[in-house]
Ligand binder design. Structure first.
Ligand code: ADP
Ligand code: TRP
Length: 335
C-alpha cells in the first residue's frame, strides 16, 4: 500500500491558478490513490505559515479558507487524511530528533532560506535580516511532515523538489548511522500535467502580481476580473493565431473542450469578438465553480463542522505517526 502526502500552506486567498495547478490535481490524485487502496494524506501546513504570517486573525482566516476550499472542491475527508499540521504534536517531536541528524550546511543551501538571503543582499541589507529559525529550518519540519507517515511519494511543484530531497537525505543518514531502515526514504513526483494559468495581465496568475481571478468571489467581482483581462487591438474580423491570445490561454485552462474548440475556430476564422469570448469564459468559470462556491460558503459559515473533520483527521494521523515516532525513539535511545 503506497502512501502519498501533500501539504499546502495557508498563505493567500485562493485563485483559479491555484485551482487548476494544485487543488484540482491533488484532489484527483486523492481519488485515484484511494481507488487503488493506497493512503492519501493532505494537510494544512499552518506551522510552516507562521514563519511568515504573525497576524493571528489573518492566519486563522487563511486556514479556514484553504480547508474549506479543498473540501468544497471535492476532497473526501473520510478517505483522505485531512488535518492541520499544528494538531499533530508527534511532528514536532520528530522534528527535534531530525534536527540532530541534519547538517547545518544542508540548511544553508535550502532554497527558501537562500531566496530570502538573495533578496536581502539585493537590497543591501544584512544577509540574515528578517530571517527566523523557522524559515532556516523549514525543510526539517517538512521532512518530519513526510517521514512521520512512512510516506512513499510526495507530489510537488518544481520549487519543492529540493525539500523532498532533503527529507530523503536526512532519513538516509539516520538509516546509514543505525544500519537499518529506521525511516522510509520518500520520493517526489513532479506533476508534469499541471498547467500554468496566466493571469489577467498575461504573467503567471499569482497573488504577488495582482492579476488573479479569485476562485470563490461574488459574481460581480468575478465578472470584473474577467472583463479586465488584457486584450490586443487586432480587428474583429482579423484571422488570429489563438496561441497569441491571452484569453484563449485562460479559457483553455478552465473551460470544457467544446468551448475551447469554438473559441479556437472563432479566432482562427475571425469574427469572434473579445467581448464574446469573455462572456464564454465567465460562463465556463461559473459552470466550473458555482456548486463548489455554494459548498465553500457553507463551510466558511459552518466552520465548526470543518474543524470536527480536521480534528478527526488529526486523530487518525496521530495513530499513524505515533508508532513511527516510537520506532525511531526505540532505535536512537536503544529502548
Ligand atoms: P501564488 O503564486 O499566488 O503565490 P502559491 O505560490 O501560493 O501561489 O501556489 C500555491 C500552489 O498553486 C502551488 O502548487 C503552485 O504551483 C500553484 N499555482 C500558483 N499559481 C499558479 C498558476 N498561475 N498556474 C498553475 N498553478 C499555480
Ligand atoms: N513547503 C510546501 C509549500 O510551500 C508545503 C509543505 C509543507 C509540504 N510540508 C509539506 C508539501 C510536506 C509536501 C510535503 O508548498
Amino acid at each position: 500500500m503506497k502512501t502519498i502526502l501533500t501539504g499546502v500552506k495557508p498563505t493567500g486567498t485562493v485563485h483559479f491558478g491555484n485551482y487548476v495547478g494544485a487543488i484540482r490535481p491533488a484532489i484527483q490524485l486523492g481519488h485515484d490513490i484511494n481507488a487503488k487502496g493506497g493512503r492519501h494524506i493532505m494537510f494544512v501546513a499552518d506551522y510552516h505559515a507562521i514563519n511568515a504570517i504573525k497576524d493571528a486573525p489573518l492566519l486563522k482566516q487563511l486556514t479556514k479558507e484553504i480547508a474549506s476550499t479543498y473540501l468544497a472542491c471535492g476532497l473526501d475527508p473520510k478517505h483522505s487524511l485531512f488535518y492541520k499540521q499544528s494538531d499533530v504534536p508527534e511532528l514536532f517531536e520528530l522534528t527535534t530528533i531530525l534536527m540532530a541528524y541534519t547538517p547545518k550546511g544542508l540548511m544553508n543551501k535550502s532554497h527558501a532560506y537562500k531566496a530570502q538571503v538573495d533578496k536581502n543582499m539585493a537590497k543591501g541589507e544584512p544577509n540574515d535580516a528578517g530571517i527566523n529559525m523557522g524559515l532556516y529550518t523549514y525543510p526539517v519540519l517538512m521532512a518530519a511532515d513526510i517521514l512521520a507517515y512512512d510516506t512513499d511519494i510526495v507530489p510537488v511543484g518544481k520549487d519543492q523538489i529540493q525539500h523532498v530531497e532533503i527529507a530523503a537525505d536526512i532519513a538516509g543518514s539516520i538509516n546509514a548511522h543505525y544500519k537499518k531502515e529506521v525511516l522510509k526514504i520518500p520520493e517526489y513526483v513532479v506533476q508534469v500535467n499541471s498547467q500554468v494559468l496566466p493571469g489577467t495581465d498575461g504573467q503567471k496568475m499569482s497573488k504577488s502580481y495582482n492579476n488573479v481571478i479569485p476562485l470563490f468571489a461574488d459574481d460581480n467581482v468575478l465578472k470584473k476580473a474577467v472583463m479586465g483581462i488584457k486584450t490586443d487591438c487586432q480587428g474583429l474580423n482579423d484571422k488570429k493565431n489563438p496561441e497569441d491570445i491571452l484569453l484563449y490561454h485562460i479559457i483553455k485552462g478552465v473551460a470544457k473542450d467544446d468551448v475551447v474548440q469554438t473559441v479556437k475556430d472563432g479566432l482562427e476564422q475571425g469574427g469572434m469578438g473579445y467581448g464574446d469570448i469573455k462572456k464564454m469564459l465567465l460562463n465556463a468559470l461559473h459552470e466550473e465553480i458555482d456548486e463548489k462556491r455554494e459548498k465553500y460558503n457553507y463551510y466558511m459559515t459552518h466552520f465548526d463542522e470543518v474543524e470536527d473533520m480536521l480534528q478527526d483527521g488529526a486523530k487518525r494521523a496521530r495513530d499513524i505517526a505515533a508508532p513511527v515516532l516510537n520506532r525511531v525513539k526505540d532505535v536512537i535511545f536503544n529502548r
